[in-house]
Design a protein around this ligand. Sequence first.
Ligand SMILES: [Zn+2]
Length: 102
Amino acid sequence: MISRLAKRKAPRVLPGSLITLRRKCGKANCRCAAGDPHESSALSYSVAGRTKMLTLRPEEVDEVARAVARYRKSVNDLAAEAQVELDELVARVRANRARDGE
Ligand SMILES: [Zn+2]
């Protein structure tokens, strides 16, 4: 079990975005009370239209950041490909109509 956990692979793609949370802990004598808030990284993502937040440990941030970047690139690449296909379809359908005199 331990080896399985240790071998678990990093996520390839993840939706959402990496954000930095800044908060005050509420202790009167803490540095955050003087305007230096505690910072932690989190993955912000949405489920059924609701925004969720997963707070991350520092050692978890890198793999999440890479997976978020890969997801974003894949989505952008797919959108670009779809736009090209759409443009070609529109041109082809219009050419067919013009040829057939519609
Ligand atoms: Zn504090």
